[in-house]
Design a protein around this ligand. Structure first.
Ligand code: GDP
Ligand code: MG
Length: 447
């Protein structure tokens, strides 16, 4: 499977300055020379761009630049050839088909990166970082992906694995030489080390922070109809996204929009006003709004400063118990009927922020609050859900091992080995074909 030569379009579909067709494998140069004629007849130099044409028989298909990157100095560590074509769907599709006619096979999604992994250029966690880097929408996600690509997660996991090997060796010595090392001695030495390692791994697992870094902070705007939720969404996004009218019940479905604050992506969700209604469409909107509020990282309860509190406001407060909520006192440009003090008494401990959706300058405090909520520690070690899951499993096996010691060291050894395997899944040192298929199937074709 990995001996054949693969080809794919590496650039995104659509029109652009350039499109790249990428070829990797033993026959990459041969395929390239079948479809590419250099302007000056001369052998291609590795890693040097050469000007020429793509040809199909005698027909010129495109004017282009081509490069051969001979193994092992390439992305996949195989011979890699690339054709830089004029950007556009038809031409590059035709060039790809030519490559396939001359012996290349169409690459699977992520197959170039899979080869880079199989040929030992990068480990599995670094391969996944390539995908995260492609998907990064803000500075934070980008930094996390670069850290992982440069081996941040891998080196943490390898250190943990090394310590675990040392613990396993200690357990094995006790099993093999019972006369020399008593069970009590072994347990009193190994148990604290196992628990310490489990703690270290658990501390590196901050699922919420990881999700915020990679996918952004989800913020739901909620409140009764007409308090100005949609106006606030529009003001924060700086565009007229949601329809605003003085008629209660204007927003019936959820409207979302993304903004960047301090390098973090913030997903804003404008919800239908939460209130009891007989209108079946509005009822569906309210149900969706309630679901969105439960899933949000931050809930902004919007209140109208120009009006006294209503029963609906009070009813809503009940629903927000236990959620990470801040109160936004909107319409601060109107004479204050509802004061900050009254608002802060509603949800003890919740921050109260006064704004006016009609005056952009008043949004600074709200933005600062959201930015602070999105700010997670910079020293995040693990950010991929797959890694977090495997690391949690490793830590659980370690805790199990610490308990098993009381029964027999042999039992503990089994748990220690299970922990070791879970760690090895992260770097791909021990990995099943099925897991690789799953990881790489999420890639785009051509990477
Ligand atoms: N004076 C004032 N009016 C506002 C403000 N924000 C919204 N409104 C008005 O309040 C009404 C309802 O706004 P809308 O955003 O549709 O509220 P929603 O139902 O909570 O989404 C509209 O007439 C808005 O122009 C504000 O900060 N100050
Ligand atoms: Mg609305």
């Amino acid at each position: 499977m990995t001996n054949d030569t693969i080809a794919a379009i590496a650039t995104a579909p659509g029109q652009g300055g350039v499109s790249i067709v990428r070829i990797s494998g033993n026959a990459a140069e041969q395929v390239l020379l079948q479809v590419f004629r250099p302007a000056k007849a001369a052998p291609l130099t590795s890693h040097m761009l050469t000007y020429g044409h793509v040809i199909d028989g005698n027909e010129r298909i495109d004017e282009c630049m081509a490069v051969i990157m001979r193994a092992p100095r390439s992305y996949t560590r195989e011979d890699v050839a690339e054709l830089q074509l004029h950007g556009g769907g038809y031409t590059c599709q035709r060039v790809l088909e030519l490559c396939l006619q001359h012996g290349a096979r169409l690459a699977e999604p992520g197959e170039f990166t899979r080869r880079a992994f199989l040929n030992g250029r990068i480990d599995l966690s670094q391969a996944e970082a390539v995908m995260s880097l492609i998907a990064a929408q803000g500075d934070r996600a980008h930094q996390a992906a670069m850290n992982q690509l440069q081996g941040g997660a891998s080196s943490f996991i390898r250190q943990a694995a090394d310590e675990l090997y040392a613990i396993q060796a200690g357990a094995a010595a006790c099993i093999d030489y019972p006369e020399e090392i008593s069970d009590e001695e072994a347990v009193s030495d190994l148990e604290p080390r196992i628990l310490h390692l489990a703690d270290t791994i658990d501390q590196a697992c901050n699922e919420k922070a990881a999700r915020i870094v990679t996918s952004g902070l989800t913020v739901a705007l909620c409140g009764r109809p007409n308090v100005g939720k949609s106006s606030l969404l529009n003001a924060l996004l700086g565009e007229y996204r949601a329809i605003v009218t003085a008629i209660p019940g204007t927003t019936r479905d959820m409207i979302t929009g993304d903004m960047l604050l301090g390098g973090s992506v913030i997903h804003l969700v404008d919800t239908a006003g939460l209130h009891a209604t007989d209108d079946p469409v509005e009822q569906l909107g309210v149900a969706r709004a309630e679901a969105a509020i439960r899933q949000a990282d931050v809930v902004l309860l919007v209140l109208d400063a120009g009006m006294p509190l209503t029963d609906e406001d009070h009813a809503l407060l009940e629903k927000l118990r236990g959620l990470n909520t801040a109160i936004v006192l909107n319409k601060a440009d109107l004479p204050a009927v509802l004061t900050e003090q009254e608002a802060s008494a509603l949800l003890p401990g919740a921050k109260v922020i006064s704004v006016s959706a009609h005056e952009l300058a008043t949004l600074a405090a709200l933005k600062a609050y959201l930015q602070q909520e999105a700010a997670v520690t910079d020293s995040l070690t693990l950010t991929q859900p797959r890694h977090l899951e495997a690391a949690r499993r490793a830590a659980a096996h370690l805790r199990q091992a610490a308990q098993s010691f009381a029964l027999a060291i042999d039992f503990a050894a089994v748990d220690l080995q299970a922990a070791q395997l879970a760690l090895a899944e992260i770097t791909g040192d021990q990995v099943e074909e099925k897991l690789l298929d799953k990881v790489f199937s999420q890639f785009c074709v051509g990477k």
